[in-house]
Write a protein that binds this ligand. Structure first.
Ligand code: ADP
Ligand code: MG
Length: 680
């Protein structure tokens, strides 16, 4: 590989020429035809050729080079169509180049300026009359700093000569789905003929794009399905439906499970009784009662003489689970053990021993559960709460941890973030889903209001009256992503502020840096009503459950994501009191932040919120896959390509059955670096 091409590969992160051919353009520019100046339209990029009529350095409003271009040299008529262009940064030699009378070709987007149409920093070069035009549309590739389009184009042209471009899919499939052949489609995307529809290319609706997007989706489906097949070859311990134990547990609860909870339990118990590892997602909005269902699954494991582990992403959430499981299961004479990174010394050794000798029947904790040194006696079920909040690497570690020779634990994931259908189908093809689509009775709707920061003092006043009536409230402190220290300081400051402003109220504080026992003590006091106003960082985002708390103020709500706001708000509206959530925002708000806040104000439906979130943020972040550094889908998009996705899913089944060679070669072409990230 020539040095220059090697540099392109390295900068773009590709190992082989075959990968570079799939580095496809972001968009295209049409330099195959000239647009006369009089035909230019604002907003439509165009290639223009003309003669410099004048070039001046101007100083207002800032130093810049302003060049006046006309169609022909002999046009001195002031009414002749003129294009201005401006260079805000320029070198002295550019001034020399742009001498009146010189012929130039420029490409850019005209916009309406003060004197007429103008372009800012167009690409331009000096030309001789009659210089030939480009013979294909100009691709513009995704790039990184210091890598020119020209270098990328050259490297790709070389890769196209070298790489294997043969058709890997059966002709019958292509005919049936009306898909183009691979090589012509690929060449068309790298070098589209002048007559190709620029808009269709940019919008990725051109038939060539359809083919490449199909290929991409097919690779994803093949990888996921292969993984699913492998799972079905693995063994798991069948966990008998421990009816008696489960009924005893349910009978002790102060309420009856909802129909939706019962359905989910049945689905899970059915899977657990099978000889292959369950891989099931339990989806239900905040407060829908997933924990109860998870506990039933744990009982199935325990009843079969095995262990269950429950893992949560934060210590406070894990701890709430621990307390709840202990309350629920200890009366049944079951042993629940706590394990988190903060656990030290003897307590830790004891926990590890109990996990290893099997006396710990249910183990609850953070990801410390799946670290080195934790040996389970017989782990039959792993429950992962808020699974999308774990990184990909952690999820992969979890899958490997429980594996004992060829026997794998069953896996139950809980999520309050509903995953839209197209996402579930593409990324979670190897996942069964149970949905709790019903909230327990007695929930009250939460009224949400947006309040500008200028009215913060009024809000504090409102708290005074509110809590005077015996109600309880949360004050959620600003999220400061850059610094935990600053976040802690903000929490401490708010705590002091509230104590000073509301001396008649009992104010409590809970934050992520507190010791587990301290946190537990504060939460217990709040639950018991001894604290009326709880100042908290976002540690209370998940799982916290105090039905009498009916007002929540979220400070600097504009800094939080939608899912996070929805989760936070889910802490209120659990009792009989009418509940309110006040979102305090700082101005000025960006458009995006404004949109987000409106969505959360206007909807309480986790599904609708998640759909909007997907639109605003894109799927990678949604699934917590950002850390992987690998793009999930580069070309296809889940909003618009659902039909292609469905076709790819069916084609994947067919190929896996009848054409293993095509499967192998297709995966080598599309996922040469492996597909582990897709499976996490
Ligand atoms: P989430 O799905 O958000 O994890 P939880 O499992 O924490 O929800 O349940 C929220 C609250 O609802 C808890 O206090 C729980 O005890 C209660 N709960 C769960 N199921 C029911 C039910 N069927 N009827 C009444 N309350 C329930
Ligand atoms: Mg929960």
């Amino acid at each position: 590989m020539p040095a220059k091409a090697a540099e392109v590969h390295e900068k773009l992160g590709y190992a082989r020429a075959a990968e570079l051919i799939l580095h496809l353009p972001l968009r295209y520019e049409d330099e195959t035809r000239l647009t006369p100046i009089r035909d230019l339209r604002p907003g439509l990029p165009a290639l223009v050729e003309g003669v410099v009529a004048q070039a001046d350095v101007q100083y207002r409003p800032r130093r810049q080079l302003v060049v006046e271009v006309r169609e022909r040299a002999d046009e001195d008529d002031a009414l002749a169509p003129t294009l201005f262009f401006r260079l805000l940064h320029f070198y002295p030699n550019q001034l020399a180049q742009l001498k009146p009378g010189n012929r130039i070709r420029l490409f850019g987007e005209p916009r309406q300026g003060f004197h007429g149409l103008e372009m800012v920093h167009p690409r331009y070069r000096l030309v001789q009359p009659g210089t030939p035009l480009a013979d294909c549309l100009t691709p513009v590739y995704p790039s990184v700093a210091g890598l020119s389009q020209t270098a990328i184009r050259k490297a790709i042209a070389a890769a196209l000569r070298e790489a294997d471009l043969s058709e890997l899919l059966p002709a019958t499939l292509l005919t049936r789905l009306k898909l183009s052949e691979f090589e012509p489609a690929l060449r068309r995307l790298h070098t589209p003929p002048p007559e190709a529809d620029l808009f269709a290319l940019d919008a990725k609706t051109d038939p060539a794009w359809q083919r490449l997007k199909f290929d991409e989706l097919l690779a994803q489906q093949l990888a996921l399905k292969r993984y699913a097949l492998a799972r079905h070859r693995l063994a798991a311990l069948p966990l008998k439906d421990e009816r008696q134990l489960i009924e005893r547990y349910l009978a002790r609860l102060p309420f009856a499970p909802t129909g939706a909870q019962r359905r989910a339990m049945q689905e899970i118990l059915h899977d657990l009784a099978g000889r292959h590892p369950m891989n099931r997602l339990l989806q239900g909005d905040v407060g829908s009662g997933k924990t109860l269902v998870a506990a039933v699954a744990c009982l199935a494991a325990v009843g079969s003489g095995q262990q269950a582990a429950v893992m949560a992403p934060t210590e406070i959430l894990a701890e709430q689970h621990y307390l709840k499981f202990r309350d629920w299961l200890e009366p049944l004479r079951l042993k629940v053990v706590w394990l988190a990174a903060a656990l030290k010394g003897r307590a830790k050794r004891e926990a590890l021993d109990q996990i290893a000798d099997g006396s710990a029947q249910v183990v609850v904790g953070t990801h410390a559960l799946f670290q080195e040194g934790v040996e389970f006696h017989g782990l039959a079920l792993a429950v992962v709460d808020e699974q999308h909040r774990f990184g990909v690497a952690q999820r992969l570690a979890l899958r490997h941890k429980g594996q004992h020779k060829t026997v794998q634990p069953h896996l139950l994931m809980l999520s309050a973030t509903p995953i839209p259908r197209s996402l579930a189908m593409s990324y979670l093809a190897d996942l069964d889903v149970s949905v709790i689509d019903e909230l327990p009775p007695g929930r009250t709707p939460v009224t949400t209001k947006l309040i500008a920061m200028a009215r913060r003092a009024e809000v504090i006043e409102r708290l005074r009256h509110y809590c005077a009536d015996g109600a309880q409230a949360y004050w959620v402190c600003p999220l400061i992503e850059e610094s935990q220290k600053l976040e802690l300081k903000a929490a401490l400051d708010t705590f002091e502020e509230m104590q000073a402003a509301l001396p008649e109220l009992k104010v409590g504080l809970v934050h992520g840096r507190m010791k587990a026992e301290e946190k537990a003590a504060v939460m217990a006091a709040f639950k018991a009503g001894a604290i009326q106003l709880l100042v908290a960082t976002t540690v209370i985002e998940v799982g916290v459950d105090v039905p009498n708390a009916s007002l929540m103020v979220i400070d600097h709500a504009e800094r939080m994501g939608l899912a996070q706001l929805h989760q936070l708000r889910g802490r209120v509206g659990r009792g009989s009191r009418e509940s309110t959530c006040l979102l305090l925002y700082a101005e000025p708000l960006s458009d995006l932040a404004r949109q987000r806040l409106k969505i959360i104000r206007d909807s309480q439906d986790g599904f609708a919120i998640a759909r909007e979130d997907l639109k605003l943020r894109g799927p990678g972040e949604f699934l917590g896959a950002r850390q992987s550094g690998l793009p999930l889908l580069r070309f296809a998009d889940l909003e618009n390509d659902v039909a292609l996705l469905e076709a790819a899913r069916d084609a994947a089944d067919e190929l896996l059955k009848h054409d293993p060679v095509a499967v192998k070669r297709h995966l080598e072409r599309w996922l040469p670096q492996g597909a582990a990230f897709l499976l996490a």
